[in-house]
Design a protein around this ligand. Structure first.
Ligand code: COA
Length: 218
């Protein structure tokens, strides 16, 4: 379970800002997760979730304490475009799973999801002092795989032909990023003066006891 103190008030990048979900975000979830293309990219099951499933998912996974789930807003307009989360936070092993859905399809391919992932990794490794973040992604989801790679995730395995979609079999790709990968990427980016996002966290975030929880062990 994600301890409440692990939640930042917000994580701000140059293009997106991540904030806690509010109950009013349910309408956006209902729209995003009833979309066939979003379902194709994110679900094992063929077809989208039913509205009551989406509502349960939203209550448990976006508002509830089980996941560290944050809403993705475009900085300039404050438009809500998606959601991202760390789930199954395991304090004994310093690990968690990562999930992201930019639900507004016109916001795909603009770098918003990639920046959101970088912000989440900065929080996971830089503030919470986690050790490893893992995820799985369907092999046909090239945009997601490219996005994850650019954030430091590497492919560590494949469940061969685990998913039947669009009339053929596809692998489920397992990816992970370790704190050391993230540090190496950060150091390289700093050295190159690259386009890596400058992140700002709220004062509440910097004083979160979560940093101490993991910091003591490693
Ligand atoms: C996956 C997702 C988070 C990526 O975020 P994004 O901001 O849209 O991604 P970006 O714009 O940064 O693009 C990432 C990479 O994919 C490339 N890309 C963009 N559109 C693409 C497309 N249609 N096909 C293949 N690659 C594409 C970009 O050029 C970029 O590659 P580069 O870093 O080598 O230049 C977001 O698109 C999303 O949430 N999609 C729907 C749900 C989903 O797939 N979730 C992930 C489930 S595991």
């Amino acid at each position: 379970m994600a301890h409440r103190s692990w939640f930042p008030e917000s994580l701000a990048g140059s293009r997106v800002v991540l904030r806690r979900h509010i109950p009013a975000n349910l309408g956006a979830f209902l729209r995003w997760y009833s979309d066939a293309e979003v379902a194709r990219l994110t679900r094992y099951q063929d077809g989208p979730m039913r509205p009551e499933e989406i509502e349960r998912f939203f209550t448990a996974r976006a508002l509830g304490p089980e996941s560290l789930s944050l809403a993705v807003h475009i900085c300039e307009t404050d438009r809500l475009i998606g959601t991202c989360a760390l789930s199954q936070l395991d304090s004994d092993n310093g690990s968690a799973l990562y999930h992201i859905t930019i639900g507004e399809k016109d916001a795909w391919g603009h770098g918003y999801g990639t920046e959101a992932t970088r912000l989440m990794l900065d929080h996971a490794f830089g503030t919470l002092n986690l050790h490893r973040i893992a995820l799985s992604v369907f092999s046909f989801n090239e945009r997601a795989i490219r996005s994850y790679r650019s954030c430091g995730f590497v492919v560590e395995g494949r469940a061969r032909e685990a998913i039947w979609r669009d009339g053929q079999w596809w692998d489920e790709v397992s990816m992970s990023v370790l704190k050391s990968d993230w540090e190496a990427l950060r150091d390289r980016s700093d050295g190159e003066g690259s386009d890596r996002v400058e992140t700002r966290s709220t004062p509440a975030d910097r004083t979160t006891p979560a940093a101490g929880i993991f910091g003591r062990r490693r």
